[in-house]
Design a protein around this ligand. Structure first.
Ligand code: HCR
Length: 381
């Protein structure tokens, strides 16, 4: 099996505690073999690992073309988001649990006229863990803003993850109408737990609602639903949801194709829609020496080195130091009556874009996408 002999009992008790847990998974102690050296604050970078597809949204010639390009870029991000730990580390792993105020900054360079893209991430809550991000490509008038939290449960051997949060993509060409897109996030099912080789399948439906009226309804299925293949997807693109004008089907981790077109000039039946078998482009990050103490790779440097080199004692020693420091900070803040101040985001009780776009989804599908209680907007970027 995947569990090292000397960690079998540690894994068994971790699995037992998942099965009966209440609270967040990140804070549970897991045996070393399942630990990832990467913090969750780095995950929003998955949105931009195909920067040219993001930039290409602004090349769309009309609202329908742009909405289709949003769908294309979105589907192409799924492989990185949900299978890249398996590819890099052999299975899904337990990410580092970010501390409040943890930061991650990155860029993708301007190449072939696509423009410079910048990423800003801040851990805006520790308990429950919530990560907020803001991505901009100024020369293309594009921004992507969102936040992630998760509600997890355990059911017949699998971890079920409901993503709480959403992303809003804004296209704001100067002097023209602003377009917004609400992107809802898939549910996850993590299988392979007993064997110590966790992997993800996406389930249920997701939506991308454009303010221009176009709605993509995305169905996620595993083996044995649409086809015998894992990571299957079917996206129906419509203005009137009963008769989609474009249907896309295939595997989100390899290739999807246009399988039906009824009245769209921007898609052809049979053509490849997404192909993520080609290399992707990892985010560029400043060298650790020039990072400040809140930046994730600097903050977790010793823990990550310990995990990578197999020196788990060093890893857990520094993790304990970080956690104690955090505890002390919270105590000091309470005593002084001065709560922690976020650096780049402000908390809002309501987000007008989310409310109106979610209402459009509800109108057409009768499903209110995400019950969503936290909204964060960039304050200073
Ligand atoms: C569920 C998960 C933490 C959250 C991760 C999220 C949902 C975060 C937002 C990203 O955009 C997409 C994403 C991808 C990851 O697949 C997902 C993680 C998978 C495992 C991890 C659990 C908290 C860890 C469970 C421990 C197991 C693996 C032993």
């Amino acid at each position: 099996g995947a569990v090292p002999a000397n960690q079998k009992s540690g894994w068994a008790s971790f699995v037992k505690s998942i099965a009966s847990f209440s609270g967040d998974l990140y804070s549970m102690t897991a045996p070393p073999f399942i630990l990832s050296p990467v913090s969750l604050t780095e995950f929003p970078a998955y949105w931009l690992e195909r920067p040219e597809l993001f930039a290409a949204i602004s090349d769309g010639v009309d609202a329908e073309d742009r909405a289709l390009r949003v769908l294309k870029w979105f589907i192409a991000t799924l492989k990185g988001q949900y299978t890249s730990r398996n590819e890099k580390m052999g299975s899904e792993k337990k990410p580092l649990n970010p501390v409040l105020g943890e930061l991650f900054y990155g860029t993708w360079p301007d190449q072939n006229g696509r423009g410079l893209t910048k990423l800003l991430v801040e851990q805006v809550s520790h308990h429950p863990p919530i990560t907020a991000y803001h991505i901009t490509n100024e020369s293309r008038n594009l921004t992507l803003s969102g936040h992630n939290a998760q509600k997890t449960s355990f059911s017949s051997g699998a971890i079920l993850v409901k993503q709480v949060g959403h992303a809003i993509l804004t296209y704001a060409p100067p002097g023209k109408d602003v377009e917004k897109y609400l992107i809802t996030l898939p549910r996850l099912r993590i299988d392979g737990i007993w064997y110590g080789a966790p992997y993800i399948e996406l389930t249920d439906n997701g939506y991308i609602q454009a303010s221009t009226g176009y709605l993509s309804t995305i169905e996620y299925k595993g083996k044995g639903y649409f086809s015998g293949k894992a990571h299957s997807i079917k996206a129906s693109f419509a203005v009137n949801p009963t008769s989609p004008i474009v249907v896309v089907e295939g595997q989100w981790d390899t290739v999807t194709k246009v399988t039906s077109v009824k009245g769209s000039k921007h898609a052809k039946t049979g053509e490849t829609f997404t192909d993520v078998t080609t290399p992707k482009e990892e985010v560029t990050v400043a060298p650790i020496e020039s990072q400040n103490e809140w930046e994730t790779r600097k903050l977790w440097q010793n823990v990550a080195n310990g995990i990578r080199s197999g020196d788990f004692e060093a890893a857990s020693k520094d993790k304990t130091r970080i956690e104690n420091e955090q505890r002390q900070r919270r105590k000091d803040e309470q005593a002084a009556g001065t709560p922690w101040q976020l650096k780049h985001f402000v908390h809002l009780d309501e987000d007008a874009d989310y409310v109106s776009l979610a209402a459009m989804i509800k109108d057409t599908t009768n499903v209110l996408p995400t019950e969503d209680c936290y909204v964060f907007k960039p304050s200073s970027v």
